[in-house]
Design a protein around this ligand. Sequence first.
Ligand code: ADP
Ligand code: ADP
Length: 230
Amino acid sequence: MPAINVENLTKRYGDTVALEDASFTIPEGEFVVLLGPSGAGKSTLLRILNGLTEPTEGGVYMGDRKLSGRRSDIGMVFQMHYLVESMSAYKNALTGALSREDLVRSLLTWYDTPDKVNALEALDTVGLLDEAQQRAGSMSGGQKQRVGIARALVQQPDLMLADEPVASLDPKAAEEVMGYMRDAAKERTLTTIASLHQVGLAREFGERYIGLRDGRVVFDGGKDDLTMDV
Ligand code: ADP
Ligand code: ADP
């Protein structure tokens, strides 16, 4: 898998510059932590990478292929997990792979699909194989986030993006979820970009750090270069 090249991304909302000339390259399999204060442009960057927002200028490439608009290549993990609470962990994971139409069919009938194996493997990766039939609504916050990670993995993406994936969890659950996310990324050589505001967690789990401030990349380096004031 080629590297991901972010080239001169700028995003303006009227007079607000959310992102200004951001450029960096991420080699395959790297676990990148995105740091920066509120309003720095982290969500904007992740939404552009995910194809949810169009950049005003610049682009994102995987090798020589433009990435935006091809969202099936990208697995997204949200702060608010957006699980369907009445559905099982397994069905929730499966929604990462199915079209809307196929999802409805899978709920109405016994619907066989090769994605079933992917969904169970993804649940296994996040340590929830035994809970596959458990209703998402009955799970703990940490377990729900792990189902969210499984849902992102099941489509076998080239890139996993996580926008503050553990912001709503207590420290112990947050650490556990980050551990599963890192192990899943390593196991699958899956390039990952996760925004985090907890410096301790960032130190523990990051491999590479990109710091944003006022829409600009103000830091790009490894753990040894990381200072507290990023
Ligand atoms: P972060 O995720 O680091 O908190 P954001 O990417 O959410 O930062 O925001 C960066 C800047 O862009 C902020 O000034 C924010 O108010 C602005 N912004 C983000 N999204 C929008 C939007 N849809 N419309 C207008 N302004 C926005
Ligand atoms: P866009 O496709 O324009 O990038 P977004 O998905 O970023 O849209 O935002 C969706 C909506 O949320 C926008 O209509 C915007 O008005 C609103 N929004 C989100 N964040 C902000 C913000 N920080 N300031 C103002 N409006 C925001």
